[in-house]
Ligand binder design. Structure first.
Ligand code: ADP
Length: 172
């Protein structure tokens, strides 16, 4: 059931023609490095204009904008936790990011959503632990809701692909 609805691919998330891509944003929502920078470059300056009106976003939550020049219809800007040793609620904040994003996707009737590996770059969250949380949270969502129909977990590099694939197999 939910196993076909959850997939892992290696890609540049800005190229994916899904209903919504998720951005690993920071709490200002005004752009940054990593996937955030790539999304803003690909979407064009109107995305930043729209983000300016959002008033930022706390960790564990998410806000939705249009996709502008992206192939995706929407961007869901989720703010992940900064890794601080693992005792500061990082796991729960990361899971909450995925849930908040999926809730917005569902509310906007998105059939397909793609996530980057939130918090595993500049924010320093261990990739294997983040992958297990991503897979478990998405699976729980898919078991409970019809939308989105498919969730894609996007690896940017080969190592991240291996980590996500192994999490998908372990949690199955
Ligand atoms: P964070 O600040 O939440 O850690 P980063 O953007 O630094 O966010 O990294 C999150 C993940 O996104 C990392 O695994 C990084 O390799 C990946 N990433 C960077 N650019 C892209 C992209 N264009 N498409 C998909 N994933 C990307």
């Amino acid at each position: 059931m939910s196993s076909e609805r959850l997939q892992v691919v290696q890609a540049d998330i800005t190229t994916l023609a899904v209903d919504a891509i998720v951005n690993a944003a920071n709490r200002s929502l005004l752009g940054g490095g990593g996937v955030d920078g790539a999304i803003h470059r690909a979407a064009g300056p109107d995305l930043l204009g729209e983000c300016r009106g959002l008033g930022g976003c706390p960790p564990g939550q998410a806000k939705l904008t249009g996709g502008h020049r992206l192939p995706a219809r929407f961007v869901i800007h989720a703010v992940g936790p900064v890794w601080n040793g693992g005792q500061q609620g990082e796991d729960e904040t990361l899971a909450s990011c995925y849930r908040a994003s999926l809730q917005l996707a569902e509310a906007h009737s998105c059939g397909s959503v793609a996530f980057p590996a939130i918090s595993t770059g500049i924010y320093g969250f261990p990739a294997d632990r983040a992958a297990a949380i991503a897979v478990a949270t998405c699976r729980a969502w898919l078991a409970a809701y019809d939308l989105p129909q498919t969730i894609t977990l996007v690896a940017f590099d080969a190592r991240s692909l291996m980590v996500l694939r192994s999490a998908l197999e372990k949690e199955a």
